[in-house]
Each structure stands twice: as structure tokens, then as C-alpha cells.
Design a protein around this ligand. Structure first.
Ligand code: CP
Length: 307
């Protein structure tokens, strides 16, 4: 049986192209399973997984939990807001107490960059990074690649532009690594204040003009403005941001081309995307959410085989 080259999924940066291929291929098999009348397989019947979330989430947390249930794993959920973290317990003490209950795998979201990497040095269980601050969100990038492959036949050779708040986005960095490892061309587009200076060193194109970027790309992956991570003002007002970087139907129609619209969610409707684009035939946003379950099943299944 093929195996991943890693014990943990901390970031796309650590994966080989073969790892990504294996995860997407396995996700294809699980997508077939979750569309059957009986959506459950016994693959992880003896495995216990804790979802440890120190930051809010809708899609990622529910998708991991559903993936675990579809694989017949036992699953427990921890939310920092309702835990003894509020009484001062450390991250390592919290996780070690969870592991003492005979938990095999930790899925963790944390606001601090590198929190899952820190844990990986101190604990034995498999760790899946469900988003660490502004750093990486590997399963989001994998489900994005899976969705592009499903829609366009392949990722290799496609032109993908990531729009918006690149500076504060873990989705952007993980997508850049994943898409490049699969042979796509990648561009980022947004206001100069939201594009980090190092981005050119990663081999991506940088474009500040929304229309030019849309004319270039096959796929537009549109990101949310992360106001909760912005400590200073990066643009005058949301209205002005929307005027220069908001994608609406009138703009898309004027391009006279087919373009796939993606968004990791949650959407700020009327800011980076208008509703008539988010809900249009161009959009594969809800396919991304559906594919997230299959991709996370693949990640959990493959990591469980790499103890
Ligand atoms: N895409 C994503 O990470 O969404 P949530 O924050 O709702 O998990």
C-alpha cells in the first residue's frame, strides 16, 4: 500500500508531489463512498481522534468531525472557549491530558503560527494542522486542488490567481505550495498593503489590477479580508476595497471568458464577492465544502497508517 512521507500533516510545504497525488487519489475513492446510500466505512474503527480548536470554525471543524464519523473513528471535540485554558492551562498540558484518555490523533486549529509544529516535537500522536494563525491551512489547500482537478480535469498547467488579503491568509500560503507542487502557474492579486514583500521569492506572479488578473487566470480563488487579524488599517474603507477588488457579475460578464470562482469561506458578501457571483454557475464554493469531507477522510486514513 502507498504511504505518505510524513507522520503529521503540519503544512503543504512538507509534502512531496507524490504525497499530494496520493491524498487526492484517495479522496476520490472516499468521495464515491460518501455519495453512496450507506456513507460509512469501518476503516478507522479502532482510532480515537480529538478535534482541538483554539479558534472559531464552521467548515473545518464540522468537516473533520463528519470525516471521522464516516470512517467509524471515535471522536471528541474540544473548544478552547469552554475549557480549562480559560483557567490558565497550557497548550501542552491540555493536549497531554487529552492524550491520556487514549486518543490517537489530534486535529488542531490555533491562532499562533507554529503551534502544531511545537506540539509535534513533544507528543507521539499524529497531528493534523487545521490552520495555524497566518501560516498554513493544509487541508483547505488540498480540498481546493481536489475541486480544481474535479472541475478542470487537472491542476497542472492551469493558471490560478489568489485574490485579496494574502498578508493574513494561511489559505494563500498553503495553496501556493500545493498548486506549484502540482505544476500550476500561480498569481496573487490585491492591494499592495495586503501582499507580503516575500511573495515574489516563492515564484508567484504579483498583479495589483483586478481586471488584468481576472483576464489572466482560469481559476479565481477569492479570499476574505481578515479584519480580526489586522492591527492597523490596510485600506481606507471596505466600500473602497470592494470598488477596486470586489468581483461582481458585471465585471465577470465584461471579460467574455469562462472563469471558475472559488472561496474558502466564510464569504464577506458584497465586499470581495457579490452574491450574484458567489451563487452563480461560475462558483464551485459549495463543491469545495463537499470535497472537504472526502479530502479530510483521505488525510486521516493515510496518517493513521503512518504511526
Ligand atoms: N475555510 C475555513 O477554514 O473555514 P472555517 O474557518 O469556517 O473553518
Amino acid at each position: 500500500m502507498s504511504q505518505l512521507s510524513v507522520k503529521h500533516l503540519l503544512g503543504i510545504k512538507d509534502l512531496t508531489p507524490k504525497d499530494i497525488e496520493l491524498i487526492l487519489e484517495t479522496a476520490g475513492q472516499f468521495k464515491e463512498v460518501i455519495n453512496r446510500p450507506i456513507k460509512k466505512v469501518p476503516s478507522l474503527r479502532d482510532v480515537t481522534i480529538a478535534n482541538v480548536f483554539f479558534e472559531n470554525s464552521t467548515r473545518t471543524r464540522l468537516s473533520f468531525e463528519l470525516a471521522q464519523k464516516r470512517l467509524s473513528a471515535d471522536t471528541i471535540n474540544f473548544s478552547a472557549a469552554a475549557s480549562s485554558v480559560k483557567k490558565g492551562e497550557t497548550l501542552l498540558d491540555t493536549v497531554n491530558n487529552i492524550l491520556a484518555m487514549k486518543v490517537d490523533m489530534i486535529v488542531m486549529r490555533h491562532a499562533s503560527v507554529g503551534a502544531p509544529h511545537f506540539l509535534a516535537k513533544h507528543i507521539n500522536a499524529n497531528i493534523v494542522n487545521a490552520g495555524d494563525g497566518t501560516h498554513e491551512h493544509p487541508t483547505q489547500a488540498l480540498l481546493d486542488s481536489f475541486s480544481i482537478q474535479e472541475k478542470l480535469g487537472s491542476v497542472a498547467g492551469k493558471k490560478i490567481c489568489i485574490f485579496g488579503d494574502i498578508l493574513h491568509s494561511r489559505v494563500a500560503l498553503s495553496n501556493i505550495f500545493a498548486l506549484q507542487k502540482q505544476g500550476a502557474e500561480v498569481m496573487v492579486c490585491g492591494p499592495s498593503t495586503l501582499i507580503p514583500k516575500f511573495i515574489g521569492d516563492l515564484g508567484v506572479k504579483v498583479e495589483f489590477d483586478l481586471r488584468k488578473a481576472l483576464l489572466w487566470c482560469d481559476v479565481a480563488n477569492v479570499l476574505r479580508i481578515q479584519l480580526e487579524r489586522q492591527t492597523i488599517k490596510y485600506f481606507p474603507t471596505l466600500r473602497e476595497y470592494s470598488q477596486y477588488y470586489g468581483i461582481n457579475k458585471q465585471l465577470l460578464d465584461s471579460l467574455n471568458k469562462e472563469i471558475v470562482i472559488m472561496h474558502p469561506g466564510p464569504i464577506n458578501r458584497g465586499v470581495e464577492l457579490s452574491s450574484d457571483v458567489a451563487d452563480s454557475g461560475h462558483s464551485i464554493i459549495l463543491d469545495q465544502v463537499e470535497n472537504g469531507v472526502a479530502v479530510r477522510m483521505a488525510v486521516l486514513y493515510l496518517l493513521a497508517g503512518n504511526k
